[in-house]
Design a protein around this ligand. Structure first.
Ligand code: NIG
Ligand code: FE
Length: 421
């Protein structure tokens, strides 16, 4: 059944229309239409423009009319880096860090990612699904319509597949689009914590787990945490070669706590995205600026860990890098699922403009997930994924931090969240 919806009375429609991905000055071209309207048919955007023009063209088409009363409409937000599936918070570690322990000290003493692994292995699929559904509803309530979700708290055959099967089921059972990533190489699991164990674990991933993931088509991407205390560049290179041969594209966690060469590896293996980047040097920035690898910045981690060093967003933008922004929603370093909050941090801590921050979590984040042709902007032919904010200017999205102003979210033309209902 064909359904036509007219979203009208939009104080601003921030289209992000134009070439994708965005680099340099183009990151500031938000494409704002004042007093605008969007016509949607069968889940796709048909027309976007000035209210008067769109309404004239829409007459007699029998559209269901939704008047937004001057609110701001932006493309549905795209969160290109999350660890959606975990069993419990790590509020105990939060308190330890406040008292002075570092993230790496906690990890070395068996906490950190390994504590989430223990909890996830013990959790039932039903419990994990219930928690994930609550989180997904909160994502939608903050304007997110698409998100990438990683495995990585299982780290054995059954538990990693348990996570990826759950992501597949969630994709069918709820409206947010989930892009699954295999992160078997998050850290070395307890069973392999002996001399030579890390390479043995990489062998296990290459010979057994990656082929099993590929066989059932459970992930689009393969991620590796390239970091001291996690995996080295040569180990990651081996994993990416095996993954690519099986049809999984590379993406990386790199240069978060120290510079270990992950950014250069990302360019070498033509990764979809390289994420974190707090510790890149000037030559890395130049190289990333010339590459087609998305640079996904995750300021929620630095904020939550209380670190002073954020990724050099301004230098990356000046170098021409494709800057994206994501929450990194996870229980250890960034327990926020709010992209508007990530935008606030990007603006005040990394000096991105509100327009750059919005482009970074819409069109450029869609690019980081290989979906820029279908998602990330409000243009005819694209999916009608939209977020409505109860504000009069899009710059107020990051400005009013810590309070959610999203009042309605649509995925493929269907209302998936409405404030108060
Ligand atoms: O992106 N860096 C590795 N992974 C997560 C942290 C995971 C955790 O501490 O549980 C991150 O920061
Ligand atoms: Fe992460």
């Amino acid at each position: 059944m064909s359904e036509t919806i007219l979203l009208t009375g939009c104080g601003q429609v921030v289209t992000l229309a134009g070439p994708a991905p965005r680099r340099g000055r183009a990151l500031n071209d938000a494409g704002v239409i004042k007093d605008g309207a969007v016509l949607i048919r069968d889940g796709k955007i048909v027309t976007v423009g000035k209210r008067a023009t769109v309404e004239k063209r829409t007459q007699a088409r029998g559209a269901r009319k939704l008047d937004l009363g001057g609110r701001v409409v932006v493309p549905g937000l795209v969160d290109s880096h999350t660890h959606l599936i975990f069993a419990a918070s790590r509020a105990d570690e939060y308190e330890k860090r406040i008292a002075g322990a570092s993230y790496e000290q906690i990890a070395k003493s068996g906490g950190g990612i390994l504590s989430s692994v223990r909890k996830l292995r013990a959790a039932s699929t039903d419990d994990l699904k219930r928690a994930a559904k609550v989180h997904l509803a909160q994502f939608a309530a903050h304007g997110t319509t698409t998100l990438e979700a990683k495995s990585g708290y299982g780290l054995d055959f059954e538990s990693e597949l348990k996570i990826l099967h759950l992501l597949r089921d969630l994709n069918r059972e709820q409206p947010i689009e989930i892009v699954p990533t295999f992160l078997g190489a998050h850290v070395v699991p307890p069973e392999y914590r002996h001399p030579g164990g890390a390479d043995e674990y990489v062998n296990f991933l290459v010979r057994l787990l990656l082929p099993a993931v590929a066989l059932e088509n459970l992930a689009e991407y393969c991620d590796v945490f390239v970091e001291r205390g996690a995996f080295t560049v040569p180990q990651a290179r081996r994993l990416f070669a095996a993954a690519r041969a099986l049809g999984l594209m590379p993406r990386l966690h790199a240069e978060q706590l120290a510079r270990t060469g992950g950014a250069r590896l990302a360019i070498e293996v033509e990764a979809a995205s390289v994420d974190h980047l707090e510790h890149v040097n000037a030559a890395d920035i130049r190289a990333l600026g010339k590459s087609d690898v998305a640079c996904t910045l995750l300021p929620g981690c630095d904020f939550h860990l209380g670190l002073q060093r954020y990724a050099p967003a301004r230098a990356l933008i000046s170098a021409g890098a494709i800057v994206a922004l994501a929450t990194d929603f996870n229980p250890g370093t960034s327990p926020t699922l709010s992209l508007p909050m990530a935008m606030s941090l990007a603006c005040t801590q990394m000096r991105m403009t509100p327009a750059e921050a919005l482009a970074a979590c819409t069109i450029n984040a869609a690019y980081a997930l290989g979906r820029q042709a279908r998602l990330g902007s409000i243009e005819p032919g694209k999916d009608a994924d939209l977020a409505v904010f109860d504000l009069s200017d899009y710059r107020e999205i990051p400005y009013y931090f810590g309070v959610n102003h999203c009042s309605m979210t649509l995925k493929r033309g269907k209302v998936i969240y409405r404030r108060g209902s």
